[in-house]
Design a protein around this ligand. Structure first.
Ligand code: NAD
Length: 237
């Protein structure tokens, strides 16, 4: 990375691959099916309107499941990097689990929402949520029974886009970890970052769709690649 500007500002994009070794299934690993369900049925507003019971039950199961999982060496390495990195750093995750937080990450944005929040479509309040939603509990803020998982579905606008685009503009280094590059707008971040002058690095089990946009790709499991890269970047401070 010698001929590039010095690295101060880092943006890291993570996807389902970073949580795979914690025992949380990725999406495409099951051939586009998600725990035996079609994405259109369980991850779109139309699917929710058609069969709310199915969708609530699906997210109730996943919300319960993530609470039995633990962060892995990749989450923990990113937590160490966040704590030690003196420049700007932003971890943007597409994941809706809370394993980055539990791995120590603080400068973190969930662009696709969080399993452990319930969103009231009546009063717009978000409430911490660990239990089921299938029984239609009342919103703690307004008492209306209009809670849904605070997860961004296909066709909905991801969260925090202004902050993410601002960080991409300032990034010296953009790192993509464990994401297939199939879901936009996240899949386009590498192109924006590179056009704006950042060095770009992919850490993935298999090269994602946008592989040609990366200056460098390292292929392997996140629990090996991420701690090694974190050591390297911390040593370069
Ligand atoms: P994806 O399933 O499309 O792709 C997973 C990627 O992870 C692939 O590129 C694969 O090569 C890589 N991978 C698999 N195992 C790995 C490992 N051990 N180490 C490193 N990389 C590994 O996931 P995506 O790109 O994140 O996009 C799918 C969408 O599904 C996202 O919007 C996300 O919100 C959602 N999702 C979230 C979770 C979660 O919260 N943990 C899980 C599944 C899907």
């Amino acid at each position: 990375m010698g001929d590039m500007r010095p690295i101060r500002n880092i943006v890291i994009l993570t996807g389902a691959g970073v949580s795979a070794e914690s025992g949380i299934d990725t999406f495409r690993s099951a051939g586009g099916l998600w725990e035996q369900h079609r994405v259109e049925d369980v991850a779109t507003p139309e699917g929710f309107a058609r069969d709310p019971e199915l969708v609530l039950r699906f997210y109730d199961m996943r919300r319960a499941a993530i609470q039995t999982k633990a962060p892995n060496a990749a989450h923990e390495a990113l937590g160490r990097l966040d704590a030690a990195w003196p420049g700007e750093l932003l971890i943007v995750t597409q994941n809706v689990d809370d394993l980055h937080e539990r791995g120590g990450a603080r400068r973190l944005l969930h662009m696709h929402g969080e399993h452990l929040l319930a969103w009231c479509t009546s009063c717009d309040m978000r409430s911490p949520w660990t239990g089921p939603l299938i029984e239609r509990p009342a919103c703690p803020a307004c008492d209306t029974r209009a809670l849904r998982p605070d997860v961004v579905w296909f066709g909905e606008v991801p969260y925090h886009m202004d902050a993410i685009n601002g960080a991409l503009r300032e990034a010296d280094l953009f790192v993509s970890i464990g994401t297939s590059g199939a879901v936009y707008p996240a899949a386009g971040f590498v192109r924006s970052a590179r056009a704006l002058g950042a060095r770009t690095l992919e850490l993935n089990l298999e090269a994602g769709k946008g592989a040609s946009w990366f200056h460098e790709s390292r292929l392997g499991p996140a629990t090996e690649l991420v701690p090694a890269w974190v050591e390297e970047v911390l040593a370069s401070r």
